[in-house]
Ligand binder design. Structure first.
Ligand code: GLC
Ligand code: MG
Length: 286
């Protein structure tokens, strides 16, 4: 179960001098041209239990990513199940780099830079075939579904807590009822606790493809990282390099076992140390 304890605040990152930056840039450029390293254009990571979970390794990874961002312009995207409000709570207790884009609410919300408003093109995409009230009405027939707090109920996301003992049966029944009513939705169960219902194509993975199309970034130079059920879509659609952290939940491990591909890597190390291990495995970092 997800009894997650907030790690204490870590010390500020080391600031790079311009000499460090130039040296690092030259070494990297040479290594990339010799085929020893791959250019890291884009890193997309889940937050809870993937990037966040161990303050020491988070600090180390932050330093690496900050350096890459300064020298080669790597873009950093967080793809979280949290609402933007809940993400803002997290950043008061965790030392996180400011992302280029925040994908929130399991993919259903995309915020560019410091913009507080939802990306309207993404909202249009999701609005086509979604009727929130009908979804809530159907879900309310299930006594086992316990509503999550109001802050996590979003325009394109309806969320509950559900015991793992009954989860498989409830998910199947829900999917059947939605299909009977002609509602094209995704039902996602994560971490033995959280059940999210989203419009189909409103998940983290589709949000990432939307960004990739907009930025025209080569998937071979992009990495996605995750630990649980709501991250499966990150690995499912594109051909980005994928890192599953060592502490991943059973649903993501099982999915990985059933869909083995060379561009996905199951790390031994947990949390941010697992991401770093994967970045080394794919030769994005030395
Ligand atoms: C985050 C969200 C929650 C969601 C869960 C799994 O914890 O706050 O609403 O159910 O992620 O996606
Ligand atoms: Mg997670």
């Amino acid at each position: 179960m997800l009894a997650w304890k907030m790690p204490p605040r870590v010390e500020p990152l080391v600031q790079l001098s311009s000499a460090d930056t130039i040296d690092h840039y030259k070494i990297r450029k040479l290594s990339v041209s010799m085929g020893l390293l791959t250019h890291l254009s884009l890193l997309i990571t889940d937050l809870d239990h993937t990037l966040v979970g161990n303050d020491g390794s988070l600090d180390l990874l932050n330093q690496v990513l900050d350096r890459y961002r300064q020298t080669i312009g790597t873009k950093i995207v967080y793809a979280t199940g949290r609402s933007r409000e809940s993400y803002q709570d997290l950043i008061t207790t965790q030392r996180l780099l400011v992302p280029d884009v925040l994908i929130a609410a399991v993919g259903t919300e995309i915020y560019f830079d410091a913009a507080e408003t939802l990306d309207s093109a993404w909202v249009d995409e999701l609005s086509h075939n979604w009727c929130r009230e009908e979804v809530v009405t159907i879900a309310s027939r299930f006594a086992d579904l316990e509503s999550q707090p109001q802050s996590e109920q979003r325009p394109f996301k309806v969320s509950y807590y559900l015991s793992p003992n009954v989860a498989a049966a409830v998910v199947i029944q829900l999917q059947e009822l939605f299909a009977q009513q002609g509602l094209d939705v995704e039902v996602i169960y994560s971490g033995g606790r959280d059940l999210d219902i989203l419009p189909r194509g409103g998940d983290k993975g589709t949000a990432v493809q939307f960004l990739r199309d907009r930025w025209q970034i080569d998937p071979a130079q992009s990495v996605v990282c995750g630990d649980s059920g709501n991250d499966i879509s990150l690995f499912k659609y594109g051909s980005e390099r994928g890192i599953i952290v060592g502490n991943a939940q059973s649903e993501l491990r099982l999915w990985h076992e059933l869909h083995p591909v060379n561009h996905h890597y199951l790390a031994v190390a947990d949390y941010a140390a697992g991401i770093l291990e994967g970045l080394q495995y794919f030769k994005f970092v030395e």
